[in-house]
Design a protein around this ligand. Sequence first.
Ligand code: CTP
Ligand code: ZN
Length: 151
Amino acid sequence: MKDRQLNVSAIKDGTVIDHIPAGNLFKVITILGLDKVETLVTFGNSFESKKLGKKGIIKVSNVFFDNVDINKIALVAPTAKLNIIRDYEVVEKMKVEIPDEIQGITKCVNPKCITNSEDVTTKFQVISKDNLKLKCHYCEKITSRENLNMI
Ligand code: CTP
Ligand code: ZN
């Protein structure tokens, strides 16, 4: 059961993002900008998971994510769990949760929406969390998971 620890070694301080659906690992890496940081990032994919079949894990040393980043993770990897590590111990575990309202983060699907032509921050009401549906505050069009585009 613990053999993944042999594959991706423990970290001293930072955040472990666990239970990422295997197909979304690289999306999580890019939306968090982890492909561009200098901090130590280790990750592994396709670990066996009873719940997900295959899962990915990302370990980021010395980084503790803010709510904006946690909301980004929730949108692309709703099953993810965050583990806060301090001095090698898991001091906090949290499930990510899609919020009721989202600002910035994703684009509106409607090409004619004001947010796609002017310098206006996107704003959505989340009308479905299971089968992701975001209603634009400006044009009322629905953006769903299939056409989710991160800013
Ligand atoms: N972890 C780590 N470095 C540490 C401590 C833990 O990278 N110093 C990682 C573990 O490898 C695991 C995650 O943080 O991926 C959560 O650790 P733990 O709670 O000990 O594992 P589990 O009980 O298996 O977690 P879960 O209940 O979420 O499956
Ligand atoms: Zn819109």
